[in-house]
Design a protein around this ligand. Sequence first.
Ligand code: ADE
Ligand code: ZN
Length: 347
Amino acid sequence: MPHAVPPVAADRLPALLAAMPKAELHIHIEGSLEPELIFSLAQRNGVAIPYASVEDLRQAYAFTNLQSFLDIYYAGASVLLKEQDFHDMAWAYLLRAKADNVLRTELFFDPQTHTARGVAMETVVKGLHRACRDARTQLGVDAELILCFLRHLSEAEAFETLEQALPNRDKIIRVGLHTSEQGHTPEKFARVFARCRQLGLHLVAHAGEEGPPAYVWAALDVLKVERIDHGVQSVKDPALMKRLAQDRIPLTVCPLSNLKLCVFPRLADHNLRQLLDAGLVATVNSDDPAYFGGYLNENFLQTFAATGMDAGHAYRLAANSFEGSFAEATAKKRYLEQLDAVFAAHS
Ligand code: ADE
Ligand code: ZN
């Protein structure tokens, strides 16, 4: 890693942001379903959807908070039935990731959204895993899967989901927790996460997106996660900020998501720069790009334009994304070398 990032002219920063190699650590693959693909899968599978056209569906993407988004997100996912559907959804995202110079991506998927509709766990995992395998060989993108439990459902349902996934555990080496945060404390899943830890699975969880710093503490100390998804509310608690910085706990921050779900009124008010300047391992991610107006590079470009961050911040965000990933040490070293080469070429 360079000791100091060489100066980069302000007008060259957007090109550098787009070109720099990066990892994406917070992407819900069901949130990458574009309206066009929803309509084509609905037709292929004979599923009725309550929107007249692609435009009509896109018009519905005006959210006031997390729950208002989740209601539409589940409706979109209802068109996914067959292994090929899961493959095609993931492949479309992986092509976008490649175009954004993503070297590694760790994809969340929601089995409970699908098993509740009668789709077998195996169908979901096989389709997604095949796309990840193809990404490695055909695109040179390292892609892996993170099984996410839905936090508005019960502990018993999470345990049942874990059991269903275990025959395919070689394809899923980590688990996460997401959906409605308020009122669903991390403690609800303490025993499920303890079991996952015993099984040797890596652990992450959404916390501190809309919920209070107490949820981030509980994710760390009760669930014992290695990474916090979002975590932007942590700035309200100086002791928590110190803990996150000292333990180098990565935060997978999603600026355009936070804007669209009204966590911040304007992108200029986003606290990403504050998190970075406090020494946290913050990263940039797209969350649900089909719904929030942009894939990974769009998140970088819009956030830098709004907050005035510079090339030093860009370098740290990209380096943090590799450090915070679950890649092997040798791969992390290779990614960093590629990052340094691109910075050298742009300075
Ligand atoms: N599931 C998909 N996107 C999410 C988000 N931003 N927060 C919580 N759960 C989600
Ligand atoms: Zn998320």
